[in-house]
Design a protein around this ligand. Structure first.
Ligand SMILES: NC(=O)c1ccc[n+]([C@@H]2O[C@H](COP(=O)([O-])OP(=O)(O)OC[C@H]3O[C@@H](n4cnc5c(N)ncnc54)[C@H](OP(=O)(O)O)[C@@H]3O)[C@@H](O)[C@H]2O)c1
Length: 277
């Protein structure tokens, strides 16, 4: 057990997909946590660096989940500035949630390392939970998922596995200076993933491949912010070109067990009723 047992762990994005699960797990172990988000106490806002120092006051370690995505221009600089402030405040233990095959995310990793922190990097595949806790939920409920992506295989990783890995690296010795690539155990195309969700939820859901231009127009129709449309196109263009079509042993290395399969995610999530009409 590290000294994070005595001081709270600041969890940035602590109400989001991985942060919420991490907070639940640490709290269940009796470890103090502080939620670092705009709704936290004190609030933490990536857009307002005056909120950073108050959120760091008295903490023993930080889980860094950037918002909205490390692929966004300026993300690496923000993570670097935050890491520098954190180390200067005397908080050395930093764990970064990163993304596979993203140039900007890898730049953020370098900024973290350059800060002099005792770092660990969790470099993750696409989260399975994008289908239930993010932008893919509405299309699934509407019965058709239309994306600018073809047969490329993605090793979707479960947010539960990421949270388990984050607990381990934050509370056990031996993970400083380690980079873990976390993937699920199987490559699936987006069409495969949608088919598995259709099967698990007992609903007919179509998958349709569309062009990037059609996708941009469709996103605009949902009245999402322009930068979100840019981000989605960037992710579908840059990350899903086949570069990430490989499985890794990161979950096994950290947790000593196999990662959760997408079919288990689909079955468990269908049982919550979130994909029901
Ligand atoms: N999703 C994926 O498949 C994936 C894969 C690999 C890596 N990643 C990386 O994981 C990170 C998190 O992505 P995610 O999709 O899982 O998001 P998420 O954590 O689910 O995002 C929501 C969280 O961000 C907080 N938040 C929103 N705006 C904020 C702001 N201005 N300042 C501070 N906190 C803010 C929200 O709380 P409040 O509303 O209370 O502020 C909430 O806690 C990103 O950096 C991304 O690059 C994601």
């Amino acid at each position: 057990m590290t000294d994070t047992a005595k001081k709270p762990i600041l969890i940035l994005g602590g109400t989001g997909k991985t942060g919420r699960r991490l907070a639940d797990r640490l709290t269940a172990q009796g470890l103090p946590v502080r939620i670092g988000s705009r709704s936290g106490t004190p609030p933490f806002d990536w857009e307002n660096d005056a909120t950073w120092a108050p959120a760091l006051d008295g903490v023993g370690a930080v889980y860094i989940s950037y918002y909205p995505d490390l692929a966004v221009p300026g993300a690496a600089e923000a993570v670097g500035a935050f890491a520098n402030l954190t180390v200067a405040s005397g908080v050395r233990r930093l764990v970064l949630l990163s993304g596979r095959g993203e140039t900007e995310a890898q730049r953020a990793e370098e900024m973290l390392k350059a800060s002099g922190a005792d770092w660990t990097i969790l470099r993750c595949a696409w989260f399975s939970q994008n289908f239930s806790e993010s932008f893919l939920l509405d299309p699934l409920l509407a019965g058709e998922v239309a994306l600018p992506v073809g047969a490329v295989g993605e090793p979707f990783v479960d947010a539960d596995d990421i949270a388990d890995a984050a607990v381990t690296v934050l509370t056990r010795q031996g993970h400083v200076g380690q980079l873990y690539e976390l993937t699920g155990p199987r490559l699936l195309s987006f069409a495969d993933a949608v088919a598995e969700i259709g099967k698990a939820s007992g609903r007919g859901i179509r998958f349709k491949r569309i062009s990037h231009a059609e996708f941009t127009a469709a996103v605009a129709g949902y009245e999402l912010p322009a930068e979100f449309a840019w981000l989605l196109n960037e992710l579908f263009t840059e990350v899903l070109d086949g570069r990430n079509e490989a499985l890794t042993d990161g979950v096994e290395r950290v947790l000593g067990r196999a990662p959760k399969d997408f079919s288990a995610y689909a079955t468990e999530t269908a049982a919550t009723g979130i994909w029901s009409d």
